[in-house]
Every structure is written in structure tokens, then in C-alpha cells.
Design a protein around this ligand. Structure first.
Ligand SMILES: Cc1cc2nc3c(=O)[nH]c(=O)nc-3n(C[C@H](O)[C@H](O)[C@H](O)COP(=O)(O)O)c2cc1C
Length: 320
């Protein structure tokens, strides 16, 4: 069942989104998620410092194609003026701009960006205000609960961002201190939803189609972002969509798994060249094989080869 989701001027056919993931949600990954029903996909976080310095690496993270729409470009930085400039530069690649206020990794928070911003509500206010001024695209922020459990301020941050004109907020209900430890506390998504009139999207511990339905039901959130649950499993989108409409989950057949893994490699090679594709596809192939009989031997074989031809033959042997 599709549930229309409106984020500003963007009308999405369904409320299941592919979350931004650094080093993962590139063009091939997004296209495969879309084929299975992801209604909005995000780039990984893009440094506004990189964009403003005209860094090729930062611009390459926004590489897209006509099939890859609508596309959310996620930006990170800590300076309101640079974030506004970055948003202006990202506009031509994006259908929506998202600002990262949740990344917990040391390198990012050390520069004052990501979840470090939650420690400065005034800065959050200035960032959203300045970015809102330069773009008429739908604007969203993705936050965590707070820096620590004691200083959890997601309701305050949510009110500030909504007051400054964001069109939706995503909450990953863990604190920065938690990193990826423990369970995310979905009740906090429900609280944020109660507090705001703009759409609230939930993120955290969505590994199965049943988790999607449970999060929507328990929190009343408007949409669900799927992150780790989509690794090697783009089919989670179609199954979740079917399940929320009262249908049955639709796991992939072995042939389908092989076809998607093959096309993933093919698209990766077309996008980044064969050498990079073979190396980068190792992790994706391990995810595609997760839980299947013989996965350990498959993993070892995949990690041993540098040849695309050999990789294809290993894949054919395993997934068949
Ligand atoms: C490898 C990896 C990279 C991530 N990169 C980003 C990122 O660039 N921007 C972001 O907002 N969140 C990022 N996240 C967080 C996810 O978007 C998501 O909020 C988080 O994983 C919780 O969802 P899950 O438990 O369903 O995986 C990343 C997560 C993972 C596992």
C-alpha cells in the first residue's frame, strides 16, 4: 500500500525512503532501491567546505541520472554562511536539501558539524534560517536525540528547525554518545511527531518489513528511512510496502538476487570503473549473501579476487 508523503512541494508516491549512508548510497545503490519502491533516496553527506572549495570529490557525491529522482542531497558543515553557499551550489543536483545534524563520527563532530550542532541550538537556528533564505527546494534536517541522554534536546531542536521553515525532520533516536549502541528509542519519534505539525520521519533499527510497519504504527511518524536494513536487500522496500497494505512480504528468488547483484556490479563499473567497482562491490556482495548457506566461503572467494570476470563467475555459482 502506498502512502503519499508530502515534504514541502515534493509529493512522494510512498513513505519509504533510503537513508543517507556515507560510502554506500551512491548512484547504483539508489537506483536499485528505487526499482524496489524507495520513494526518495539521499546522497551520502556532502561537505559544504568541499563544495565551496570546488572540490571534485564533493561534487562527485552528487552524481545522479534522470532515473535517480527525486534526490535528496545531504549537506554537512557547521558554518551557517557556508551551509547556505553549499545549498546554493547543491540546488541544481537536488530535489530536496537535507542538513546533517546527527553524524556522530569524531572527524565530523570535531569540526563542529553533524551531531555536534545539537549542542548549539542557536547555531541550528542560524543554519536553518540562512539555508532557508537561499533555497526554495524542500528543506529537511536529520537529527539525533541529543549529544548525551542528559542533554537530549530533540524536541527543542525540532521546534527551532520547524520554526525556521524546514519542511520535515528525520529523527534517529539515539544520542551521539550512543553512536550505534543499544536500541534506538522509537517512543522519542512519537514524541517529536506529537510536538510538530510538519512531517516527522523515523530512522533507527529498521531491518525487516515488519519493523517498518511497527515503527509507523507505534510512533505515528509520516515516513520511514531505511538504512542498514537495505544493505544487500533493496527488496525490503517492496516487502514493506506490501506488508503495510495488508499483503505478504515478497522475498527475492535466487534468480532475482543474482540479477540485482550482477546489475549492481555493472552499474558500479560504469559509474566508477572496473577496478573500484570490484573492490567496492565486495562489501555489497557480502551483504547480498548474508544469511544464505555457504555465505562464509562466498565472502572469502569474493575478497580474494581482483577480477571482474572471476567475480561474476563466483556470483553466478553462489546465487544460483
Ligand atoms: C555506514 C553508515 C553510514 C551512514 N552515513 C550517514 C550519512 O552520511 N548521513 C546521515 O545522516 N546518516 C548516516 N548514517 C545513519 C543512517 O542514515 C541511519 O540514520 C542509521 O543507520 C539508523 O538507521 P538503521 O538503524 O536503520 O541503520 C549512516 C549509517 C551507516 C550504517
Amino acid at each position: 500500500m502506498n502512502t503519499v508523503l508530502r515534504i514541502g512541494s515534493l509529493e512522494l508516491a510512498d513513505n519509504l525512503l533510503l537513508a543517507p549512508m556515507a560510502g554506500i548510497t551512491n548512484l547504483p545503490m539508489r537506483l536499485l532501491a528505487r526499482e524496489q519502491g524507495a520513494s526518495l533516496c539521499f546522497t551520502e553527506m556532502v561537505s559544504v567546505n568541499g563544495l565551496v572549495r570546488d572540490g571534485a570529490k564533493s561534487f562527485s557525491l552528487m552524481k545522479s541520472s534522470p532515473m535517480d529522482r527525486p534526490l535528496g542531497v545531504q549537506l554537512f558543515g557547521d558554518d551557517p554562511r557556508l551551509l547556505a553557499e553549499g545549498a546554493r551550489l547543491a540546488e541544481e543536483f537536488a530535489d530536496l536539501i537535507d542538513i546533517n545534524m546527527g553524524c556522530p563520527v569524531r572527524k565530523v563532530v570535531g569540526s563542529g558539524a553533524g551531531s555536534a550542532l545539537l549542542q548549539s541550538p542557536e547555531k541550528v537556528c542560524a543554519i536553518v534560517r540562512q539555508v532557508r533564505r537561499v533555497t526554495s527546494l524542500p528543506l529537511t534536517v536529520k537529527i539525533r536525540t541529543g549529544w548525551t541522554a542528559e542533554s537530549a534536546n530533540y524536541l527543542e531542536i525540532g521546534r527551532i528547525a520547524a520554526g525556521e521553515g524546514v519542511d520535515a525532520i528525520t529523527l534517529h533516536p539515539r544520542t551521539r554518545a550512543q553512536m550505534f549502541e543499544g536500541r534506538s528509542d522509537w517512543s522519542q519519534i512519537g514524541e517529536l511527531k506529537q510536538c510538530l505539525t510538519i512531517p516527522v520521519l523515523g530512522s533507527g533499527d529498521i531491518f525487516t518489513p515488519e519493523d517498518v510497519v511497527a515503527m509507523l504504527g507505534q510512533t505515528g511518524c509520516d515516513g520511514v528511512m531505511i538504512a542498514r536494513g537495505a544493505l544487500g536487500n533493496p527488496w525490503i522496500f517492496r516487502s514493506a510496502s506490501a506488508l503495510k497494505g495488508g499483503g505478504a512480504v515478497l522475498p527475492p528468488s535466487p534468480g532475482e538476487r543474482l540479477d540485482v547483484a550482477r546489475r549492481h556490479l555493472e552499474m558500479f563499473a560504469a559509474d566508477a570503473g572496473e577496478r573500484v567497482a570490484v573492490r567496492e562491490m565486495r562489501k555489497h556482495l557480502c551483504w547480498y549473501a548474508h544469511g544464505l548457506p555457504g555465505a562464509a566461503q562466498f565472502r572469502a572467494a569474493v575478497n580474494r579476487t581482483d577480477s571482474r570476470v572471476e567475480l561474476e563467475s563466483i556470483m553466478a555459482g553462489f546465487f544460483r
